[in-house]
Ligand binder design. Structure first.
Ligand code: ZN
Length: 327
């Protein structure tokens, strides 16, 4: 059987990850490039095209002709419009306002291009080849600078009416709480993203709590990171342990409510923060039970993603196969 190849691209704020894969999910080539977001929109687009050309070249070395390619999927920050192929706004990419990315890439590459939201793509990738490959109903949260989300229902991405569903970072977990980048107060992202953890740590340090975090940042509070908070927690620092516990509680509130609504088989956590491992997963698993119905939550697995930062590119490729009804 002649397996059809497809390309998936994950457009991140720092890196562009590209994957050449076939319909069976065999990865044929991987490429990555710096996004160079600060150099502007045109530079970023040329980096995407460069990444695609690198993959096509490596494909040709493997005897795969570009004519056989089913298409290119691009996982991009949003909000975006899949049908029109437009990215309305990308918070981490300066100058990206109403960019008709699908048309631009199509004109340049002469291939079918499909757009998908980056966190939806990560969820689809984990569903296809990662932690979620044995289930059909899952929720994914990416825990990084912000919190992104993807929802898979019966094996399909849930997009909502305007491709904006699953903004899971912006569910409110504390009325009147800390201000979020979206303008609302009390969003999950404001508390439980890496940025949120650092903000809460700084606030606690200002109040004079005794903590080794002060030594770890060598009296430079600007150098405080979420990793350092987890490191301090591993060294049994009581403030850091409390901050991690609290992060687990906030995630538990959010995930518990989501589980009540969606009754998933699995909740996948991905992104930089999951490097903390059980230190983070244990409190999440414990607290989630307090904030959801027992009959629902006792069957939900809460697990780390297994595809790392390739989930988005793999999912973007899967989005092409979904569009073509091949997956
Ligand atoms: Zn928000």
């Amino acid at each position: 059987m002649d397996l059809k190849p497809v390309i998936g691209i994950d457009l991140g704020g720092t890196n562009i990850v590209g994957i050449l894969i076939n319909e069976r999910g065999n990865i044929l080539a991987k490429k990555r490039r710096k996004t160079l977001a600060q150099e502007g929109k045109d530079k970023v687009i040329s980096q995407i095209i460069g990444c695609v050309n690198d993959l096509l070249k490596e494909g040709e070395n493997l005897g795969i002709s570009p004519e056989k390619l089913l298409g290119i999927g691009v996982g991009s920050p949003g909000p975006l419009n899949r049908k029109q192929g437009i990215i309305y706004h990308a918070p981490n990419l300066p100058g990206w306002e109403n960019v008709p990315l699908v048309k631009i890439l199509k004109d340049e590459l002469g291939m079918s291009i499909f757009l998908e939201n980056d966190a939806n793509a990560a969820a689809l990738g984990e569903w296809w080849l990662g932690a979620g490959k044995s289930v059909n109903n899952l929720i994914l949260l990416t825990l990084g600078t912000g919190i992104g989300g993807g929802i898979i229902i019966e094996g399909q991405v849930y997009h909502g009416s305007k491709d904006m569903a699953a903004e899971l970072g912006h569910i409110v977990i504390k009325e009147g709480g800390m201000i979020c980048g979206c303008g609302t107060r009390g969003c999950l992202e404001a508390y439980a993203s890496a940025t949120g953890v650092v903000r809460r740590a700084r606030a606690a340090m200002k109040q004079g709590y005794k903590t080794i975090l002060k030594d770890l940042v060598r009296n430079n509070p600007e150098g405080l990171t979420c990793e350092l908070v987890f490191q301090a927690a591993r060294e049994r620092d009581s403030l850091a342990l409390w901050l991690v516990e609290e992060t687990g509680r906030y995630l538990g509130i959010g995930i518990g409510s989501l589980a009540n609504v969606l009754n998933p088989e699995m909740v996948i956590l991905s992104g930089g923060m999951i490097k903390a491992g059980d230190l983070l997963f244990n409190p999440v698993r414990r607290f989630v039970k307090l904030f959801s119905l027992k009959a629902i939550i006792e069957r939900v697995k809460i697990v780390p993603g297994t595809l790392g930062d390739e989930a988005g590119a793999i999912g973007a490729a899967a989005a092409v196969l979904k569009e073509r009804r091949m997956l």
